[in-house]
Design a protein around this ligand. Structure first.
Ligand code: AHG
Length: 331
């Protein structure tokens, strides 16, 4: 990239359309709407302490988790834009019990899966949070959309990405041809290419997990964490522990610097905590495109057969060598 050469996300997508024709048409329109959703959510996140959007909404979502006001607002933003755009036949969201059918999208080709605002427990304390998206193509345009269209393996994703509302707001995405990151320039309200062709280091020195649950993790994970803490100058161990409890923030740091994020099964949550469709698959697609790896401990995340919209999965994701070491220790 030439210095001072500003490439907006829209320009980047339009350039990509010549190289990868499948990005043309509806898919690029969905990206336009995701960008707009990101800007609208960003606006509310940035002044969350000033307008009445902090705190709980007063209801729980399908997973029994308390919904924050901003969770609900962000979900509405995505749904309204997709309804209006008509480029998605339906949206599945972490915040909705069931499939949301887009009224203008009966003939549309794409299905959108979203976690509209992940890490919402961090909203009230002004820490980084994110929106996650994943796009699938419906199986047959001639048949009505069924659960099989929605419950496709992660390998079928045509695009995935996230928006991180951090010290800066960034949109990072893949369509299967590498990973690119765009920083929102507030002054012109455009996402501009800032992190072209992101590659994650083969090995890092950061491990991220909720160590409070350590005693409940599988023995291989307990052994791995003990290994991370051992001294070994050559291998730069002990590694650093970094965990904010907001997947996007932890993932984004590890993606850029090299590291590993683990949310394994626990006695309380035998299938882990994170959702396959809204969190694990999109992150797995991104990390693999950046040269890293994602597993549930025994199989590749993107090979898991989904059986339920809100299914959870254990996840171990990050730099190749680090994920391989956990797999080895899990035996
Ligand atoms: P939520 O959106 O309900 O705050 O969940 C956040 C997710 C994920 O972003 C984060 O990494 C993980 O849950 C943190 O869970 P623990 O608090 O159990 O560590």
């Amino acid at each position: 990239m030439k210095k001072n050469n500003i490439i907006t996300l829209n320009q980047f997508i339009s350039d990509q359309q010549n190289q990868f024709p499948f990005v043309k048409g509806s898919l690029s329109k969905i990206f336009r709407d995701i960008q707009l959703a990101a800007k609208m959510i960003n606006r509310d996140v940035r002044k969350a302490g000033l307008i009445d959007v902090l705190g709980n909404f007063g209801e729980t979502n399908i997973q029994g988790e308390e919904q924050k006001k901003l969770d609900v607002i962000s979900n509405d933003v995505f749904l309204k834009l997709m309804d209006f755009g008509g480029d998605c036949v339906c949206v599945v969201s972490e915040e909705n019990d069931d499939i949301h059918w887009c009224p203008n999208g009966a003939d549309a080709k794409y299905i959108l899966a979203i976690d509209p605002l992940d890490g919402s427990s961090n909203i009230d304390v002004n820490a980084s949070i994110g929106s996650i998206f994943s796009i699938y193509k419906r199986l047959s345009p001639d048949k009505p959309v069924s659960k099989e269209d929605i419950l496709q393996k992660g390998t079928a994703q045509v695009a995935a990405g996230y928006v991180i509302y951090g010290t800066a707001t960034m949109l990072v995405y893949t369509t299967g041809n590498g990973v690119n990151g765009f920083t929102l320039d507030d002054s012109i309200q455009e996402f501009c290419l800032s992190h072209p062709d992101i590659k994650t280091p083969e090995t890092g020195t950061i491990f991220s997990l909720n160590e409070g649950n350590l005693n409940e993790f599988p023995q291989g994970v307990i052994d791995y964490i003990a290994w991370c803490k051992e001294s070994n100058k050559e291998e730069q161990r002990p590694y650093s522990a970094r965990y904010i409890g907001s997947l996007i923030a932890d993932f984004h740091r590890n993606l850029l610097k090299g590291g590993i994020y683990l949310y394994p099964s626990t006695a309380k949550a035998p299938n882990g905590k994170l959702r396959l469709l809204y969190e694990c698959n999109p992150m797995a697609f991104l990390v693999e495109q950046a040269g890293g790896k994602a597993t549930n401990g025994s199989i590749r995340i993107m090979e898991i057969e989904p059986t339920d919209l809100h299914q959870r999965s254990p996840i171990i994701i990050g730099s190749n060598n680090m994920v391989n070491k956990v797999i080895e220790m899990l035996g």
